[in-house]
Design a protein around this ligand. Structure first.
Ligand code: ARG
Length: 572
């Protein structure tokens, strides 16, 4: 149940009854509990427009709302605001309903949507590094939330598995007579790739050979294709390892790399030319983008095929849009990619709209994110200035978490420590990212993210185990009637019922930090409630009522963290 939607309905009805049909109601959750649970801010605007007294108008609407079964109070405040407080009866009933439902009373508002989410999408033949972290975990959280709200989510891992880098690698391996050795590890490949790049830049003949291999690859030469498949295979095995460790939903079935679109590239470009959208300039095929601001005094262009006939990242992405619309039947396509590619996506969407490949009823979005910075404010690197490998980063997270877990509880077995350290270490890295506004850069800071205080994964995981332990102690007494008596109960109860409202806002904005902030609020309100409202020592009826609030807190924290891809533990 989405309270905001339900209330909106009631307020709209009240507006209609007060001859305000069609006026903006502007309904929001209150930021301060002294002003009730929700606030109507639209009366002043409507009064001005209709030349009426705002306070009188507010009183009229508040009067009508007094009969609304959702509400306990509707009070006029200030120059014409209306503060709404939910009725305790409504909160009590809905908490009990949520406890009886394994979806916690969350409906399926996205169930008519097919959403393609393009995420992770690393370039292959290299180990995954920190640059791939944000896309992978933000994309995964969005997938989970949309899926939970009923959307048909199609995850697409658009890996870079095609093009010049593979030609270079093949040329280098042939030159070094390394062909036939089927035991090349990914770390070796990476070194070969670096060497190949040096050869490519210093030796024109080597560069030519590399380009010929690209042509051979693209035209399906058996030998080259076999090598390429091998490179792709070991790169993807490595990526899948990382995905599993990161507790993401990605599987090999989600991989649909650039190579998949190879056969569609020429027809895509040809169609653009036929439609008069692309033109040929000195052999280069391009689309003019007069709708974008000039760069260096010139109209920007979108190059779709090079002079030598080669295709680019952009060509593949156009073919890919067509596939996602026509074959995957997307209503919405979300690209979870670094903010530095924003021009590429703006141009891509614009060209695809012009070509009719992206119909107006299909939403295309670049879900951009900022850069991970080190404490020095520069892009996050190792001490020696190299890019940080993701596998090393995850090792460090788990080992730092293990130290903390041992410090907190020296009696745990090694096996227990490993289990907890995995959940806490990986959870901390993910949560530190997901709790930040995604479009900003953020500083990657081990101490902060692993702290058991503040808005961190360990704090929330710990809050969950505290609830779990409370419920274990109370064994058996969670039933009977639920009565909201104290303000701390009202606030926690209200917050728990706002789960769907928050998930919907995450789905719309593609901003997981709303969910993180919400879970932190749940944990904080629970701790306030726990301090002010004795539970286990209370008399039976009070105890069982409060335990129900605790139980829904636990379930909400668990489900919410799960939607961020973060594990909880019963004991820590
Ligand atoms: N492989 C690209 C990169 O590493 C990201 C691909 C994103 N997806 C897309 N359809 N362009 O920059």
């Amino acid at each position: 149940m989405n309270i905001l939607n339900e209330l909106t309905q009631s307020v709209e009805n009240a507006f209609a009854a007060a001859d305000l049909a069609g006026e903006a109601i502007i309904l929001k959750a209150s930021s301060n509990p002294d002003f009730g649970d929700y606030q109507i801010n639209g009366i002043m605007g409507a009064a001005k427009k209709l030349k009426k007294n705002p306070r009188e108008l507010a009183a009229q609407v508040a009067n009508i709302l007094a009969d609304c079964p959702l509400l306990g109070k509707a009070e006029v405040a200030g120059p014409g605001f209306i503060n709404l407080t939910l009725s305790t009866d409504f909160i009590e009933k809905n908490i009990q309903a949520a406890l009886l439902d394994n979806r916690l009373n969350v409906e399926l508002p996205e169930n008519n949507q097919t959403v393609v989410i393009d995420y992770s999408s690393p370039n292959l033949a290299k180990e995954m590094h920190v640059g791939h972290l944000r896309s992978t975990i933000i994309g995964d959280a969005l997938s989970r939330v949309l899926q939970f709200l009923g959307a048909n989510v199609v995850a697409q891992n658009h890996v870079g598995d095609w093009g010049t880098q593979f030609g270079m690698l093949v040329a280098y391996l042939v030159e070094q007579q390394k062909i036939g050795n089927e035991n090349i590890a990914l770390a070796d490949l990476e070194q070969f790739y670096r060497n190949a790049k040096v050869r490519f830049d210093e030796d024109a003949q080597f560069a030519d050979t590399a380009r010929q291999y690209v042509v051979k690859l693209q035209s399906g030469d058996d030998k080259v294709l076999k090598l390429w498949k091998y490179f792709v295979k070991i790169s993807l095995q490595h990526a899948q390892n990382i995905y599993t460790r990161l507790n993401t939903l990605l599987t090999p079935e989600n991989v649909r790399g650039e190579s998949f679109y190879n056969k569609d590239l020429q027809p895509t470009v040809d169609e653009l030319l036929q439609k008069g959208i692309a033109r040929i300039d000195n052999g280069t095929k391009l689309v003019d983008l007069p709708e974008f601001p000039e760069r260096d005094g010139k109209t920007p262009v979108f190059i779709v095929q090079k002079q030598d006939g080669g295709f680019l990242y952009a060509s593949t992405d156009m073919a890919c849009v067509r596939f996602r619309v026509n074959e995957l039947h997307a209503n919405r396509i979300a690209y979870v990619v670094d903010a530095r590619q924003s021009l590429h996506f703006a141009a891509l969407f614009s060209v695809c709209r012009k070509a009719g490949w992206l119909p107006e009823n299909v939403l295309a979005e670049h879900i951009a994110f900022g850069t991970m910075l080190g404490k020095d404010g520069k892009p996050f690197k190792t001490r020696s200035g190299d890019t940080v490998k993701l596998a090393d980063l995850l090792d460090e997270a788990v080992s730092r978490a293990a130290d903390l877990v041992r410090q907190k509880n020296a009696d745990l077995s090694n096996e227990e420590v490993t289990k907890i350290a995995n959940a806490v270490g990986i959870g901390a890295v993910k949560y530190a990212d997901l709790s930040k506004i995604r479009t900003s850069d953020y500083v990657f800071d081990w101490e902060n993210m692993l702290s058991f205080d503040g808005n961190t994964a360990p704090y929330l995981q710990y809050a969950y185990t505290r609830v779990a332990s409370l419920l274990r102690k109370a064994e058996g007494s969670v039933s009977g009637s639920l009565n909201i008596r104290e303000p701390a109960e009202h606030r926690l109860g209200l917050c728990l019922l706002q789960f769907e409202e928050v998930l919907s806002s995450v789905a719309k904005s593609s901003c997981p930090h709303y969910l993180a902030a919400y879970l932190y609020q749940v944990a904080t309100l629970f701790s306030h409630f726990y301090e002010h409202c004795p539970i286990l020592s209370a008399e039976d009826s009070v105890k069982s009522s409060r335990l129900q609030l605790a139980q829904l807190t636990g379930k909400t924290l668990k489900q919410g963290l799960n939607l961020l891809g973060i594990e909880v533990l019963e004991v820590m």
